[in-house]
Ligand binder design. Sequence first.
Ligand SMILES: [Zn+2]
Length: 448
Amino acid sequence: MKKIYLACVLLYTNSLCAQITIDRDSGISQMVKKVSADSIQSYINTLVAFGTRNTLSTQTDSKRGIGAARNWVLKKFTEFSKNSHGRLTAFIDTVTIQPDGKRVNAPIVLGNVVATLKGTDPADKRIFIISGHLDTRRTDVMDKEGDAPGADDDGSGTSAVIECTRIMSKHSFPATIIFVAVSGEEQGLLGSTFMADKARRENWNIEAVFNNDIIGSNNSNETSIINNTQVRVFSEGIPVYETEKNIRKIMSLGLENDSKSRELARYTKEIGERYVDNLDVVLIYRTDRFLRGGDHLPYLKNGFSAVRITEMNENFTRQHQDIRVENGIHYGDVPEHIDYEYLRKNTAMNLSNLANLAKAPAVPNDVKIEVKNLTNSTTLSWNAPAFGNVKGFYILMRETSSPVWQRKIFTTDKEITLPYSKDNYFFAVQSVSITGNESLPVIPEVRK
Ligand SMILES: [Zn+2]
């Protein structure tokens, strides 16, 4: 299977304006084919059967509550580890949270269920994370007793994490992948904050976080739209982590739309659409939905690249609602409203991205753009990445008003001069592995 990319989309014609054909990596295609709607459905049914997964709920009941739910996720991860030749290890990472006067009213032992698929290259310290939240809520976020099925929010994201673990743990990658079902999202992003803060403290080399939250329903309640061919990827523009000085630099170079997280979002779109048929990955130029938040935020605050993946049309009669019927309207986040084929595609979109990133070499080093002379051409230079086998590099190019990269030029060199002005285009460079997997793009620094 092939996809043709980046035909002559620009107005100009010259020798560089050639088509590039990018083959799907057959190993990734095989894994994508293994993503099963039936497996995902069985995970959601099991999660819902715990009654509530509210973070404040019981941890001593073996059948009900967050404790039983997280033990079950750990059991699944442990099962998968048996086929991983010792590479997949799993545990529940716990922290005691004290009452905060907001959404925690008594001390709780919060637990994130973490599975780590260790990379095979000891020199490769990169980490890629897929995250979903295990916890759920009712209309009253403090209600820890009543049923809160959370099939979509966020049984869907948690199931995507479990299914990616099942399939990917049978394979090996040079870089490390972490699969995590966090708790405490609904009580204030507690589990992801614990994990992201720890990652910063311990200097983890996280290059990408895919936060999957509400990815399995194909319709809204207010409209007649039914759509299982589009999924949204939210990414921040100006990084929340940057200092004022860096923000001034970003603005002076016109790079407000080229944060690392936005590059990750563009990458997610390109790779997701390369491997998953009948799925458009829609870029949303926002950190999250209007005035709302999610588990990618603590990573952004710690300077990591992270995106939020969410279904195209949210159904607000489902989210954060007690199960009930009112004026003929059914409320509650129950499994009957999940589109498992849609959720399969969204899971496959995550898997293809994780696999392509973890198989790719590190990003190119010292990527520079020449500014010594005023000229209408653009010269870029770079060095080989710190690790990983490289067959060459892609130069990416787009008009300043284009949301996505429009051209991808392959070269085995480490310098290129293009007859296009840096005033009118953005450029970036990616490393490409022997098997054709590309790294995240690097925006060039100015070479004085
Ligand atoms: Zn959620």
